[in-house]
Design a protein. Structure first.
Length: 182
């Protein structure tokens, strides 16, 4: 059963669906007017879920252990099992630092999640604005009771020997490299 949810995270509000729900994922792309070739990250609630979905190097897990939960998305090669189900060769994973988001992930499993906005527009982070624009397009919109940074997560690609910055958020590549030097 397809389930589309809008919920707060520690960075921005997310529009999500269970990560293997192809119909839910299709609906997210359609609602946002998003290019189907543009990937959507998966939010997880524990490091064990990384192993189910991705092939993560020791260095990547070291960085994840330092900055998760938090505003950092790491791109990995997909696990063989996830690739078989999704056809995606790589996948971005993030563990949000937000009680409600983590509770939803614990209940529903990892969630394919993207910011709440129309493609190429700024994210919406106000509950009333979200309800007005997207409320009738999803199954549930959760109000926020914690603060949001309102800055999208930093995205780091760990599919090659050296990590590379894809999108700058609150965490810098220098901070990542310092963890790897230890």
């Amino acid at each position: 059963m397809t389930k589309l949810l809008i919920f707060p995270t520690d960075t921005v509000y997310g529009l999500g669906t269970p990560y293997l729900d192809k119909e839910g994922l299709k609906q997210i792309y359609e609602i946002k007017g998003r290019d189907f070739n543009k990937p959507i990250a998966i939010l997880i609630s524990n490091l064990e879920q990384v192993k189910e979905i991705a092939k993560a190097s020791d260095n990547a897990l070291k960085v994840a252990s330092k900055f998760w939960p938090g505003g950092l998305t790491l791109i990995f090669e997909s696990s063989d099992a996830y690739y078989q189900q999704s056809g995606e060769k790589t996948i971005g994973l993030r563990m949000p630092n937000h009680k409600l988001a983590l509770k939803l992930i614990d209940e529903l499993g990892p969630l394919k999640t993207t910011s709440v906005n129309y493609s190429n527009q700024p994210p919406l982070n106000d509950y009333d604005a979200i309800m007005k624009v997207f409320g009738d397009k999803v199954d549930k919109v959760y109000p926020n009771e914690e603060s949001l940074s309102e800055v999208s997560s930093t995205v780091i690609d760990f599919t090659h020997d050296l990590p590379s910055l894809i999108r700058q958020g609150d965490i810098t590549l220098d901070e990542i490299m310092k963890v790897l030097e230890k």
